[in-house]
Ligand binder design. Sequence first.
Ligand code: ASP
Length: 467
Amino acid sequence: MQRTLINQTPQLIGKQVKLNGWIDSIRDHGKITFLDLRDRSGIIQAVGQNLPKLNIEDVIEITGLIKARPEKLINPKLKTGSIEIETEKVTIISKSQELPIPINTDGYEIDEIHRNKFRYLDLRRPRMAQNLRLRSQVTQFIRNFLADKDFTEIETPILTKTTPEGARDFIVPSRLQPGNFYALPQSPQQYKQLLMVAGIEKYFQFAKCFRDEDPRADRAYGEFTQLDIEMSFVTQEDILQLTEELFTQLVKKVFPNKKIKQTPWPRLSHKEAIEKYGSDKPDLRKNKNDKNELAFAWITNFPLFTEQKESDFFHGSGKAKFAPSHHMFTAPHPDDVKLLDQDPTKVRGLQHDLALNGLEIGGGSIRIHDPKIQEKVFDLIGFTNKQKQEFEHMLTAFKYGVPPHGGIAPGLDRFLMAILGEPSVREVMAFPTSSSGQTAVLNAPSKPSKAQLKELHLLRNLNSQNT
Ligand code: ASP
């Protein structure tokens, strides 16, 4: 007999079925036992007599008859509450020990270390399972939406060279080239721009980004996922419109209970946002307790540079007064290009940030496509010749016919956190790192073996440093 999913059972009254799943709860009434059986689609009550000894979370197979429940015994809280399965045979497929963490609560009360150590159990709780499903529906929707608009999904390398977004890099030693290291990308920024030089014109990817920054509620340690988008021959307006249309339709389809407070989304200049709300990611909700209110807002007209104190020179570079507000590939406003020489603080950047309910959920810009301007920005942010060399490939690529281009990269985890009203991005990630930087279940980072270190040409170096 084929397996039936639990959510199909209400249509199968009077039919013999085979169900597979986990035991969600057991109510033992002597000879008669009631079980709740759970699979990915739902929960059903099973009734049986003289059943074998069963534990909660055992994986079992039940064969039996689907029956309508008498009127008084209907449970309106369950989707299958008007039926039950009369158990004819129960087979234990795999036993479960007593669980180390409860999974029938929403889980917020359990400490992070335990939730992460047993993440595969933590994900069984309905809230987490639902978050993962919604995440999948969101990525599916976005893929279809962008494919319909003629975007090409392209993966870019993870083992690569530094692409600074203002954070610390993770570096990976190279076995084949002793003493050299890869950096994990802080974003695919350079690759997506190179794809525009390649003539792709419309690119997207769900990109893993790696940043060695201290974790916060809205930022997991180590890695996160961006919806990375880049387009050629577009204006800033085109990027804002596309993003707005994408998220508006996404909310309608996947989160029909949520209400977008204002459309078109309000737009504030950076100055206005700071002066009026004291924040460049203002929370424009009318009622901050309303879980269903979504207040998207665009912030534009950022200054191209922020002035730096000596203590936080950008990227450890020379003695530069300026750091990029967004990143160093962001184009200056065309009317302000001459100010790059006269007064860089006055230069506006073609940057756009997206805020949702007080969280920054994305940013992007029109990019520089003139190698001379790019070089000038490198100078202003204090790049030494050696640092410029590291980005020589961009200047070279721009010599072979580069279309004007720009894009955006909304953070998938942050968007989900905001729309689901979760207190942390970890609640929308399957296997997040903990706040101390430990990965879930597998408990990395861990010590490599001496043999691995030797192979990577690191052991001798370490020893010589120690002596
Ligand atoms: N790469 C940028 C970021 O990670 C986004 C962009 O400019 O498209 O913030």
